[in-house]
Design a binder for this molecule. Structure first.
Ligand code: PLP
Length: 379
């Protein structure tokens, strides 16, 4: 059996050696509680504040605007619900293709009275900015949430236009940048966004570590209550090792971004071109959009959605499916459905996501195996 091929980097990534070394250093030498006033506490505090400054520098923020959280989901929830609680009883708006961490938080923030306005996307997966402008004008939401890059199809959203639109209307703009950091430029000194969510494990950091960027002056309420850590926004003894590892991973990812994304983009394009040649009727989702270099989302009309991934797994190829299993039935991805794909095309879809360790051999193997798998699972 050939070596297994991992093409699910949008789900998670292996820990970078630089992040692991930084983490071990904190765990073994600077393990104090940053709130303690003694030597050990001061050492841990210095490590935490150094990580905050380093992460802030990667995105062009001030250190005081960086709030460490326990993951991307928590950062998204703190942005959406923390903002909603600071602005009682006003509508919220989000795009139809948000990650569940934003979508579910927006539903809670909007309450039962239908105060959630969902912004449509076009067939390429790009948010309809005119429809958003209308919602902002007619409903004065307290928050607009549109992700920076789609985790499913990779489509890059017009965040600059949306940020300008929100700034002009005095509406808070949150963007989930979990999949964008380290893959495209994400700078808060270039885009007037108010809130951004990040997650360490998508770029070689540890799982369970996140950041919320909150621009100075953005009023937020905490979701947890306890001590005053992270300026009262995220109480609980800080996970210094994870914060340091996240900052290191973000720095390295940003430093190598242009080189690595160029290499990966060429591999992704070769993969897509080769599969289109070999598989009749194959559809590349969001092909017309500006996209992350790392993601290829493919629909295979006529294939059994459940069998597709299982058959790939049997061949030692790890990918993921847009379809979600809810209450026993496989349902097509809400993202592909929002892009207007009929269920029979949205259902049998596969997401290959490449990462810094992907190789030309990985691409060769998929080119050899996937057409064979499709043949087998087409109904
Ligand atoms: N937002 C997006 C776009 C994601 O892809 C993910 C991860 O799947 C998350 C949020 C959640 O991040 P975490 O796994 O750190 O909670």
């Amino acid at each position: 059996m050939p070596d297994p091929v991992y093409l699910d980097y949008a789900a998670t990534t292996p820990l970078r050696p630089e992040a692991r070394d930084a983490m071990l250093d904190v765990l073994s030498r600077r393990w104090g509680n940053p709130s303690s006033g003694h030597h050990w506490g001061r050492e841990a505090r210095a490590a935490l504040e150094d990580a905050r400054a380093r992460f802030a520098a990667v995105i062009g923020a001030a250190p005081a605007e960086v709030v460490f959280t326990r993951g991307g989901t928590e950062a998204d929830n703190l942005a959406v619900l923390g903002r909603a609680r600071a602005e009682a009883a006003r509508p919220v708006a989000c795009s139809a293709i948000e990650h569940k961490a934003v979508l579910a938080a927006c539903k809670v923030a909007a309450g039962d009275e239908g105060r959630l306005h969902v912004v449509p996307v076009d067939e390429a997966g790009i948010v309809d900015v005119d429809a958003l402008a209308e919602i902002v004008r007619d409903h004065a939401p307290s928050l607009v949430a549109v992700m920076w890059a789609s985790n499913e199809v990779g489509a890059l959203q017009p965040v600059e236009r949306i940020a300008d639109l929100c700034a002009a209307a005095g509406v808070t703009f949150h963007s989930d940048a979990v999949q964008a950091l380290g893959k495209v430029p994400v700078r808060v000194d270039a885009v007037p966004v108010d809130l951004l969510a990040f997650s360490a494990h998508k770029l070689g950091g540890p799982r369970g570590a996140g950041v919320l960027f909150a621009r100075r002056g953005t009023r937020l309420h905490p979701l947890l209550h306890g001590g005053g850590q992270e300026r009262g926004l995220r109480p609980g003894t800080e996970d210094v090792a994870s914060a340091v590892a996240f900052a290191v991973a973000a720095e390295v990812a940003e430093a190598e971004r242009v080189e690595v994304m160029g290499r990966i983009g060429a591999m992704r394009d070769r993969l897509e071109a080769g599969l289109c040649e070999r598989i009749a009727g194959l559809r590349i989702n969001a092909a017309a959009a500006p996209r992350l270099a790392t993601i290829s989302n493919l629909s295979v009309p006529g294939a059994d959605p459940e069998m597709l991934l299982a058959a790939l797994d049997l061949e030692g190829i790890a990918a993921s499916s847009g379809s979600a299993c809810s209450s026993g039935a496989v349902e097509p991805s809400h993202v592909l459905m929002a892009m207007g794909l009929p269920a029979e095309i949205a259902g049998p879809s596969v997401r290959f996501s490449l990462g810094r360790d992907s190789t030309e051999q990985d691409v060769d193997r998929v080119l050899e195996v996937f057409p064979r798998v499709v043949e087998r699972v087409r109904m």
